[in-house]
Design a protein around this ligand. Structure first.
Ligand code: GMT
Length: 373
C-alpha cells in the first residue's frame, strides 16, 4: 500500500507512534509518505520506502496566524495525486483530520479515504475545549476509519463527544527487538559509579507529566538509599524540576539529559521507571520501559492500568501521591534482586500484548477494511 502519514513531528507520544508505525510499515514493504511541517524527530536514519514531504506555510502580513491546516490539506492532495496514495492516516485529530477531510473532498471523484488515530490530549484536553469540540467531533465523524490507542480513550471519546460511529482500539506498540535490557552493564557507570539503582523518566516535561513529582519521589527514595535519577526529555516544566533538584542538594544524583534520540539505548540501563502523570491515555514511555525490563511506578489514571499491572510489573499510585510513589520505589529497589524479577515480568507482559510484530498487522488489516468500504 501507499500510505500518507501526518503527525506532529515534535517530541510527543503521538508523533513517536506515527513515526514508528511508518518505519514498521515500510519494513513490511509498504511505501510511506510523511506529510508534516518538519521531519519527525525519530526519523533520524534513512529508511527504504520512506519519504518526507514538508508543508510550508506562506507568511503574509495579513496572516497573524498562518493557516497551517489549509497548507497541510494542499500538501496532502498534492502528495496523494503525485504519489498515487491509497489512503491518508493522520495522528492526533486536531487539526490533521480536518486537513485530511479537505484533501478527500478535493480528491473527489477519486477516492482518498483517511483514518484518524486518537492519542489522548486531542480528546481529553484540546478537543474538549468548547471552541474546538464541534470541528473535532465533525472530523472524527467524517473519517473513513477511527482508531484509539486504548480502551480508556475509546470510552472517553464516546462520552465526551457523544459520537455514534465505530472506533477501533489498536494499542500502542514497541519494537521488542530494539527495546530490551542492555547487555553492556558497564555503560551504567556514567551515571552510577558505584552501581547505585538508577531511576528513569522520559517525557515532554509538559505540566500533565508532573515531572516535579518525579523529583519529589526520587528525593524521598534518596533519603533512604543511594540512588540516581536520569531525566530524559525537555519541555516547560524542566526549570521547575531542576529548581527542586538544586533546592534539595541533589544535583550530583540527578541527570537532565534533554531531548534524546535512540532512547532505547538509555532505557536498557535503568532499574525503575517513574510516570506520575496527571492523565495518560496510554503511556507509551511506560511500555518502552517495560520492554526494557524496568518495573514501572505510574499513576492509576486513564489508560495506564491497561499497560501496567499493579503488583505484577509495577505499581499504580494516586495522582500527586509522592509518598506512595517513594514507598513502592523503595519496596522494589530494596528487594534482594533489586526488582529484577518484576522487571523481567514487565518485559514478558509487554511482549505478550504490545510487540510491533503483533500490532502492525492490526493496522494493515484496518487499512484493508477501510479501503474495501
Ligand atoms: O502527552 C504526551 O506525551 C503527548 C501526547 C501526544 O499526542 O503527543 O501523548 C498522547 O499520546 C501518546 C501516544 O499515543 C500516549 O502514549 C500518551 O498517553 C498520550 N498523552 C496523554 O494522554 C496525556
Amino acid at each position: 500500500m501507499k500510505i500518507g502519514i501526518t503527525c506532529y513531528p515534535t517530541y510527543g507520544g503521538s508523533g513517536v507512534v506515527a513515526t514508528e508505525l511508518g518505519i514498521e510499515l515500510a519494513a513490511r514493504g509498504h511505501e510511506v509518505h510523511f506529510i508534516s511541517y518538519a521531519m519527525p524527530i525519530r526519523l533520524t536514519e534513512h529508511h527504504e520506502r520512506i519519504y518526507f514531504h514538508e508543508v510550508e506555510v506562506t507568511a503574509y502580513p495579513l496572516f497573524d496566524h498562518p493557516p497551517y491546516t489549509l497548507a497541510l490539506a494542499t500538501k496532502m492532495i498534492e502528495v496523494a495525486q503525485t504519489q498515487s496514495l491509497d489512503l491518508l492516516h493522520v495522528h492526533y485529530a486536531i487539526p490533521h483530520s480536518v486537513s485530511a477531510l479537505l484533501a478527500r473532498m478535493m480528491a473527489a471523484p477519486k477516492k482518498l479515504p483517511f483514518i484518524t488515530t486518537l492519542h489522548g490530549t486531542d480528546i481529553t484536553v484540546v478537543g474538549n475545549d468548547r471552541s474546538y469540540l464541534p470541528i473535532t467531533r465533525f472530523s472524527i465523524e467524517q473519517s473513513d476509519g477511527v482508531t484509539s490507542i486504548s480502551e480508556y480513550l475509546r470510552k472517553q471519546t464516546y462520552y465526551e463527544f457523544e459520537i455514534k460511529r465505530d472506533i477501533e482500539v489498536i494499542p500502542n506498540f514497541v519494537n521488542c527487538d530494539l527495546y530490551k535490557r542492555s547487555e553492556d552493564r558497564s555503560a551504567r557507570k556514567k551515571w552510577a559509579k558505584n552501581d547505585e539503582p538508577i531511576l528513569m523518566h522520559l517525557s515532554n516535561f509538559r505540566p500533565v507529566k508532573r515531572v516535579t513529582d518525579v523529583v519529589e519521589i526520587f528525593a524521598k527514595v534518596r533519603e533512604k538509599i543511594p540512588a540516581k535519577l536520569v531525566m530524559m526529555g525537555d519541555g516547560p516544566d524542566r526549570g521547575a524540576a531542576e529548581y527542586i533538584v538544586r533546592k534539595k542538594n541533589l544535583s550530583k544524583d540527578v541527570f537532565f539529559m534533554g531531548k534524546q534520540d535512540k532512547v532505547q539505548e538509555k532505557l536498557g540501563l535503568g532499574d525503575l521507571f517513574l510516570l506520575p502523570s496527571e492523565i495518560e491515555s496510554f503511556g507509551l514511555a511506560a511500555l518502552e520501559a517495560m520492554a526494557s525490563e524496568m518495573p514501572v511506578i505510574a499513576t492509576d489514571v486513564g489508560g495506564l492500568p491497561e499497560v501496567v499491572k499493579h503488583g505484577v510489573d509495577g505499581y499504580l499510585i494516586p495522582v500527586r501521591d509522592v509518598d506512595a510513589g517513594a514507598k513502592y520505589a523503595l519496596e522494589i529497589l530494596t528487594r534482594p534482586d533489586r526488582g529484577r524479577e518484576m522487571g523481567k515480568l514487565a518485559r514478558v507482559n509487554a511482549k505478550a500484548r504490545y510487540c510491533s510484530n503483533d500490532v502492525i498487522p492490526l493496522y494493515e488489516a484496518y487499512y484493508k477494511k477501510v479501503l474495501a468500504q
